[in-house]
Ligand binder design. Structure first.
Ligand code: NAD
Ligand code: ZN
Length: 418
């Protein structure tokens, strides 16, 4: 529980998108957000701006005035317009994995913004471009980027242990007194301005709706890609999805778009089932309502097990249930959840002889820079429905409330207006 955070106000019902405290700000559309922006005024200079800084595990975010250095070689400074909170931020904020603790720090990795300036050598981006930060970068040139088999870049792949810039091992953020502030997940989006490696910045069509595009920065891309790329869901197949946050629901959208005929949602919070229906789920299991293991129930519902299971809860016991709920002979389990626990994969090696397979995916196996623009187009064409993922909106200053909403299972994505 987030005992250190202020409790939410009565505005936290998930029934519809809540615009909490934003009415008087007039910050609701692409035009007003981009018009206020003048990169000529800041380019080449240190920018002084606001950021939500965390100074220790489970400590409330403090809105601080920080300094943001200009971008160095192959780096980009972006003005963040909207950012939201993913469960990965929540885990990092809790500091569950000791090795990942670095403070003071700017968390956040799901956002959309505008390029303010670029460093030496950056040719594919320029001031004013509409962009999405990606935590799993793509340099385009390394042996990993030049093969189709992986989306892990040699240098800019996701690295939860990294807290400084690749170029020089230093921070581009500092306090007013010059104390360095650490980076997070190649991105750091809980700030008005951030500096990223250009390998972690994707240009999008300036006509696409900014708010929805922020979803492609992590949650929706990862979930949809888990179904499309990692599981490779086929038409007419059955899928079980464990954990119905934005990631699990996006996986359902992906499976629905591929023509899956049965999509079973599993969650201990039945409040998620209505959203599940909206996103293509056909059946639901609440583990708390049944007296047998979930995998047994799913095998009964599907004549032996689902073709695919996707774990989006980040819990090893749940992962075991997901694995066992697939059909022997061909069942495929895709791991999406992030596990702060030191526990190992909960499988006996002999169980793999039953023909079930298991693999993990980062960012839904999409190569961010080269494939995200296509996914954005597919979303704009209605192949993937982005409606419904942004359940709440809040001003940036209310970031502690936004964390509370995710933690309490009330929000899918709470969009912060930065
Ligand atoms: P979320 O907190 O919004 O959703 C998690 C859901 O899991 C909740 O609905 C919760 O009720 C449910 N849940 C919790 N315990 C459960 C249990 N025992 N059985 C069934 N359901 C249970 O989280 P999110 O933002 O959707 O993220 C989901 C996971 O994906 C997190 O672990 C996150 O760190 C991870 N993630 C992975 C990647 C990647 O690239 N692999 C990217 C982003 C996020
Ligand atoms: Zn994320």
């Amino acid at each position: 529980m987030l005992t250190q955070l202020p409790r939410c106000s009565s505005n936290s019902s998930p029934a519809c998108v809540k615009l909490l405290g934003l009415a008087s700000r007039g910050l609701h559309d692409n035009v007003s957000r981009t018009k206020l922006f003048d990169p000529n005024a800041t380019s080449g200079n240190v920018i002084t701006c606001n950021a939500a800084v965390v100074r220790g595990p489970k400590q409330p975010f403090l809105m601080e005035t920080i300094r943001v250095d200009p971008p160095k070689k192959m780096e980009v400074r972006i003005k963040i317009l909207y950012t939201s909170i993913c469960h990965t931020d929540l885990s990092a904020w809790k500091g569950e994995n000791e090795a990942q603790r670095a403070y003071p720090r700017i968390l956040g990795h799901e956002a959309v913004g505008l390029v303010e300036s670029v460093g030496e050598g950056v040719t594919d981006l320029k001031a004013g471009d509409h962009v999405i930060p990606i935590f799993n970068g793509e340099c385009g040139q390394c042996p990993y980027c030049t093969t189709k088999t992986t989306n892990l870049c040699q240098t800019y792949r996701v690295n939860p242990f990294k807290s400084v810039m690749e170029n020089d091992g230093k921070c581009r953020f500092s306090t007013k007194d010059g104390e360095p502030i650490f980076h997070f997940l190649n991105t750091s989006t809980f700030t008005e301005y951030s500096v990223l490696d250009s390998a972690c910045v994707v240009k999008i069509d300036p006509n696409s709706p900014l708010k929805k595009m922020s979803l492609l920065s992590c949650g929706v891309s990862t979930g949809v890609g888990a179904a499309w790329n990692a599981a490779n869901v086929q038409a007419g197949s059955s899928v079980a999805i464990f954990g119905l946050g934005a990631l699990g629901l996006a996986a359902s959208e992906g499976a629905r778009a591929r023509g899956a005929s049965k999509i079973i949602g599993v969650d201990i919070n039945p409040g998620k089932f209505d959203k599940g229906k909206e996103m293509g789920m056909t059946h639901f299991v609440n583990p708390k309502d049944i007296s047998k293991p979930v995998h047994q129930r799913i095998r009964e519902m599907t004549g032996g097990g689902v073709d695919y299971s996707i774990e989006c809860a980040g819990n090893v016991e749940v992962l075991r249930e997901a694995f066992l709920s697939t059909h022997d002979g061909w069942g495929k389990t895709v791991v999406v959840g992030i596990y702060p626990t030191p526990k190992m994969l909960p499988l006996h090696p002999m169980e793999l002889f039953d023909g079930r397979s298991i693999s993990g995916t980062i960012f839904g196996d999409f190569k961010g820079k080269s494939q995200l623009p296509e996914l954005a187009k597919a979303c704009m064409n209605g192949v993937v429905n982005l409606d419904g993922f942004i359940t709440h909106e809040l001003p940036f200053e209310k970031i502690n409330e936004a964390f509370e909403l995710l933690c309490d299972g009330k929000a899918l994505r709470c969009l912060l207006h930065v």
